[in-house]
Design a binder for this molecule. Structure first.
Ligand SMILES: Nc1ncnc2c1ncn2[C@@H]1O[C@H](COP(=O)(O)OP(=O)(O)OP(=O)(O)O)[C@@H](O)[C@H]1O
Ligand SMILES: [Mg+2]
Length: 498
């Protein structure tokens, strides 16, 4: 009869041999002189590696700099959190203030979990070394050095050291970016200050044509996963979006939805507060990767000749206001804007090539026709998105969000009216906002129908007025033509009489 040993049996045997050796080693450490201990340590390790086919790698929590947590350790911790929550018996929980996930879980000390990568099984164990403190303290001992130990068979050395570890670190970092508290930066002159970004907008709640929406989601996904692609084709990892449409169609809401979808920070750049191109460059270089840089109402922030309109307007008003003392000319000069279109274009084209990481730049405007074609050509603003008046599909999203309605008898009437009247999603949303508790969907829909009819009526009146004005102008023109003719005739007549 032959006895079969499973891999588990062999590992168990090796484990007990190791445990015995460790025990012997502990005794040796107590009683043998330092040199002899070193000697035994060295040769016992060689002996073990000869018979033990597994490789171990330790990732310490702190390396090098005393108070700096190792990036690899925290990426591994994040990477293992999902596996740990399913496999480990003892877990550590930490609260993270995040919209999507309230707790971060990791395995407790001296736990072990396994992971499989391309069919290869590896083991991750957590452990800690406690340093003996020389001083007495009432506080808990902080000299605990935690580590993760990765164990795998030596025949997989190449795959694990290369592909697997790269995968672990990349995925861990990505999850960390997604889970972090995101920030909204605004510039006060040349300084960024930030608050926590907690806008609830999402693509689900954004009312727009579903096909267009899916196109944008796909584009963003491709962009955010495109590091290798951008490297391969030798282009900076950036993408420009131009969002245009009338006020209240959801441009700012879409930016918030984009940031939530990608897990990016937002830098809301107020161009009118930036002194000159140098300051602009400095501000933009300070932005971090995985962020969206937003310039709202680009046509109002900057004139296409390079002078900011707001300030020019202010100056004009000041000139009109005689009660205010006039400022000395040099003061006015210092105040004039020096941020130019070419400065902005140079930045859009050039900076990201020098800074690593991915960035989206988003411009919004109510008047796309006013923008210089140089600013919005593809390559600078790669994707142009029109946020339009509310269509029926966009209305359905709002009805679902505001009133939990998938369908209703009044929907057909609303579909007909939306095709005839121009109303922004912001106005439609306002009409759908429940005015009673509990909400009465029908009265909200009727209020929307009333509002749409009013808009339609006003538009018809406006059209009629314009037509009448045109006809009046035409009549006046004709009359003027007739008068001119009469004058000519009179002139000719008088000439003839001479
Ligand atoms: N497409 C939309 N989907 C959902 N809500 C919308 C949409 N458009 C507007 N809203 C609602 O209307 C409000 C105003 O919208 P938002 O600020 O995004 O408009 P905007 O296009 O940026 O306008 P402006 O050009 O004046 O900056 C938002 O708070 C949001 O609740
Ligand atoms: Mg806006």
């Amino acid at each position: 009869m032959t006895t079969k040993f499973t891999t588990g049996d062999i590992l168990a045997q090796l484990g007990s041999v190791l445990a015995s050796l460790m025990f012997v080693w502990a005794i040796i450490q107590q009683y043998f002189p330092y040199n002899l201990r070193n000697f035994i340590d060295k040769y016992s390790q060689r002996f073990l590696t000869f018979f033990y086919p597994y490789i171990q790698i330790t990732f310490n929590e702190f390396t090098g700099e005393r108070f700096k947590r190792s990036d690899a350790y925290s990426a591994i911790e994040t990477y293992l959190s999902k596996t740990s929550s399913m496999q480990a018996k003892r877990l550590k929980a930490d609260v993270i203030k995040n919209n999507t996930q309230p707790l971060s879980l990791s395995m407790d000390d001296h736990e072990e979990v396994s992971d499989v990568f391309n069919g290869v099984k590896v083991y991750w164990a957590s452990g800690k070394n406690i340093m003996k403190s020389q001083t007495f303290s009432f506080y808990p001992n902080t000299d605990e050095k935690r580590y993760y130990k990765l164990t795998f068979h030596k025949r997989h050395r190449e795959a694990i050291l290369g592909e697997y570890l790269t995968h672990v670190l990349k995925e861990g970092r990505e999850i960390k970016v997604k889970n972090r508290l995101r920030k909204l930066y605004t510039n006060n002159g040349a300084q960024w200050s930030h608050v926590v970004f907690e806008h609830p907008a999402s693509f689900q709640t954004l009312a727009m044509d579903p096909v267009k929406k899916q196109e944008i989601i796909d584009d963003l996904t491709t962009f955010s996963n495109g590091e290798e692609f951008y490297n391969r084709i030798g282009r900076a990892w950036k993408r420009g979006y131009l969002l245009y449409g009338p006020p209240g169609t959801g441009k700012s809401t879409m930016i918030a939805a984009m940031a939530n979808f990608l897990g990016y920070d937002i830098y809301d750049l107020e161009l009118t507060a930036v002194k000159d191109n140098t300051e602009l460059r400095r501000l933009l270089i300070e932005t971090t990767s995985k962020s969206i840089i937003v310039i709202e109402d680009i046509d109002c922030s900057m004139d296409l000749t390079g002078q900011r309109k707001k300030e020019v307007k202010e100056e004009e008003e000041e000139e009109k206001d005689n009660s205010k003392p006039m400022k000395p000319p040099e003061n006015n000069e210092a105040k004039a804007s020096k941020v130019t279109l070419s400065g902005l274009l140079n930045f859009v084209d050039g900076l990201w090539s020098a800074c690593g990481g991915d960035r989206l730049i988003v411009f919004t405007t109510n008047h796309v026709e006013k923008l210089d074609p140089a600013l919005i050509r593809r390559g600078r603003m790669d994707k142009h998105v029109e946020l339009a008046y509310c269509g029926f599909e966009a209305f359905r999203v709002l009805a679902r969000n505001y009133l939990y309605l998938e369908s209703h008898d009044l929907f057909e009437e609303i579909r007909r009216l939306l095709a005839e009247a121009e109303m922004t999603p912001a106005d439609v949303a306002e009409n759908l906002m429940p005015k009673t508790s509990p909400a009465d969907p029908e009265s909200c829909l009727r209020s929307l129908i009333g509002a749409l009819e009013k808009v339609k009526e006003e538009a018809n009146l406006k059209k009629m007025k314009m037509k009448m004005e045109e006809e009046e102008a035409g009549r006046k023109k004709d009359l003027a033509g007739v008068k001119n003719e009469e004058i000519k005739v009179v002139e000719n007549g008088s000439n003839g009489s001479v």
